[in-house]
Design a protein around this ligand. Structure first.
Ligand SMILES: CC(C)(COP(=O)(O)OP(=O)(O)OC[C@H]1O[C@@H](n2cnc3c(N)ncnc32)[C@H](O)[C@@H]1OP(=O)(O)O)[C@@H](O)C(=O)NCCC(=O)NCCS
Length: 176
């Protein structure tokens, strides 16, 4: 299996991956996010796919830039979305994609990585809920317990709530 940057050529395969991995009522919205982020040319944004030996895409993850207007020196990203083909789940594919992305973000000297998902899954990478509480996302969260952050450098979480802003592709209240 090979992890490589995703490109526009992967768009149809990424859509098909999300169709297979997510429930019927959710996949289109998440696939749109994944493919919209292929167009995100912010410096801190990137997408990865993992191919099998037949060049079939088994998994995809996107990281996009987060800005914190009150802390312009802080470099941050958000992990979203992530999917692994049902036939390839529970074989370490998601873990490999997330770890590869976190390595890139560390090399690029990011301070923080956010994620909005199941803490049981993301906790294994070091994401935690409590320090994320004072980072205020752009929309009200439907599942506040899924809002997590991972500090890649020694960062003290803010004592008071501060706003964060995200890529245009994530500026959709139904995603939060
Ligand atoms: C969640 C997902 C990305 C995990 O990828 P994966 O390649 O199957 O995961 P890995 O093989 O790296 O890790 C497997 C471990 O994660 C756990 N896990 C898998 N899916 C999980 C989930 N939805 N919630 C919590 N834990 C989960 C399993 O318990 C497993 O641990 P175990 O092997 O000790 O039992 C994948 O199952 C998927 O695409 N699911 C559908 C789409 C989705 O929910 N994406 C959003 C994630 S918030």
């Amino acid at each position: 299996m090979v992890i490589r940057p995703a490109s526009q050529h992967d768009k149809a395969d990424i859509e098909a991956l999300y169709r297979s991995a997510f429930p019927e009522e959710e996949w289109e919205k998440v696939a749109k996010l994944a493919t919209d982020l292929l167009d995100d040319d912010a410096q801190g944004s990137f997408s990865l796919v993992i191919d099998d030996e037949d060049d079939q895409i088994l998994g995809h993850v996107a990281f996009s830039e987060i800005t914190i207007p009150s802390e312009p020196e802080t470099h941050a990203a958000i992990l979203a979305p992530l999917a692994v083909h049902p036939d390839a789940q529970r074989q370490g594919v998601g873990t490999a994609l997330v770890n590869h992305g976190l390595d890139i973000l560390t090399e690029e000297e990011n301070n923080l990585v956010f994620v909005y998902g199941d803490p049981e899954y993301y906790g294994r990478f070091g994401f935690t809920v409590e320090p994320a509480e004072n980072f205020r996302p752009p929309y009200e969260l439907q599942f506040p317990k899924g809002w997590q952050v991972l500090a890649l450098t020694a960062e003290a979480p803010p004592e008071d709530p501060i706003d964060i802003t995200c890529a245009p592709a994530l500026q959709d209240p139904t995603l939060w």
